[in-house]
Write a protein that binds this ligand. Structure first.
Ligand SMILES: Nc1ncnc2c1ncn2[C@@H]1O[C@H](COP(=O)(O)OP(=O)(O)O)[C@@H](O)[C@H]1O
Ligand SMILES: [Mg+2]
Length: 317
């Protein structure tokens, strides 16, 4: 549905997008995660045709967005990160105004807009002034607005930021509902766990480049593997175990506290089994051997480099 190929964006001398690549399937609820300044807004604005790319290609449903921006706008809905304040419109008038921009008028517009208000759970606010709505409600108004022309794909730039937990929950439910209606949705956030709760797949962007992309299961697995192995051995075996682990190629760092060893280990489940077997074969007195519970947050921090584990071998005691 959405295909981004080798996308670059320069602002003057600053390279904001550096070979950005992404593929999102039809019907996916895709989460775009990155710290502030990673390039999420830049990517979205290029995808929806509001910003010119320096180079690269973007396809939506096989059509080249950068070549035919105007034609594509009919298939794309966009909820920007900042939403403006408008003159005294009621919620219904506000939506009807946008419907008219797409050539939808009269009863057709009214019925459509009432349906949209229902979809975003604002039916009871149809006649209320939009300026008086809460932030969460305004956010949902913008979502309804982005749906007026029934787009195939919807881009939402940090829609949950600044919302209280209840408003976030409501937004999530609406997005899941839209997703089940078959819309492709791309949503950004700087909080990985928040997206993991609702998205079907997630991509992590760092300094204008996609550094990790996968289904939610894959991301959880990556999180599990990103945390250290915890190995407990009998007191008398600590030194031998320490020395042994230092020599394992996938081991990046070993720390010991008493008889508990924490091992930064780059391997999958099978590698773990093999490692444990080797330890047992060597008569190292292993009491317990397991991965620490992986957290999405720590995975994210590790990937975006703020909390980089030292690479290469090197012990620490
Ligand atoms: N109009 C602009 N001129 C110069 N630099 C910009 C402009 N817009 C964004 N940037 C820079 O590009 C980088 C990516 O910004 P942005 O796409 O807004 O990131 P995000 O949405 O992930 O926070 C940031 O370092 C930002 O300062
Ligand atoms: Mg942004």
């Amino acid at each position: 549905m959405l295909e981004i190929k080798h996308l670059y964006k320069r602002y003057g001398r600053f390279l904001a997008l550096n070979d950005m690549n992404l593929h999102v399937e039809q019907g996916e609820l895709f989460g775009f995660v990155g710290s502030n300044g990673a390039g999420k807004t830049t990517t979205m604005r290029i995808c929806v045709g509001l910003l010119e790319a320096t180079s690269g290609e973007v396809y939506i449903g096989g059509q080249d967005v950068l070549q035919s921006r105007k034609a594509m706008s009919e298939r794309i809905g966009y909820v920007p990160d900042f939403f403006g304040v408008y003159n005294s419109f009621s919620a219904l008038e506000y939506l009807e105004f946008f419907a008219s921009a797409y050539g939808i008028y009269g009863d057709e517009a009214k019925n459509l807009c009432l349906d949209l208000l229902k979809l975003v759970k604002l039916s009871d606010k149809a006649n209320a002034d939009v300026n008086g709505l809460s932030r969460g409600m305004k956010q949902r108004m913008c979502l309804a607005r982005a749906l007026v022309h029934n787009p195939d794909i919807l881009f939402l730039d940090e829609p949950a930021s600044g919302l209280d937990p209840k408003a976030r929950f409501e937004l999530k439910e609406i997005l899941k509902n839209l997703s089940s209606m078959g819309k492709t949705i791309v949503i950004s956030s700087h909080i990985l766990p928040e997206l993991a709760e609702m998205c079907t797949s997630v991509g992590i962007i760092d300094r204008g480049h996609m550094v990790l992309k996968g289904t939610i299961d894959e991301i959880h697995r990556a999180a599990a593997l990103s945390s250290p192995l915890l190995i407990t051995v009998a007191e008398e075996g600590v030194d031998d175990t320490f020395a042994f682990l230092q020599e394992i190629p996938n081991v990046h760092k070993v720390t010991a506290q008493g008889n508990r060893l924490s091992v930064v280990y780059d391997g999958n489940r099978e590698d773990e089994t093999a490692l444990l077997k080797q330890m047992v074969n060597r008569d190292l007195p292993v009491y317990s051997f397991n991965r620490q519970e992986g957290s999405l947050e720590s995975l994210f921090m590790q990937i975006v480099g703020k909390n980089k584990k030292p690479s290469g071998k090197g012990g620490q005691r």
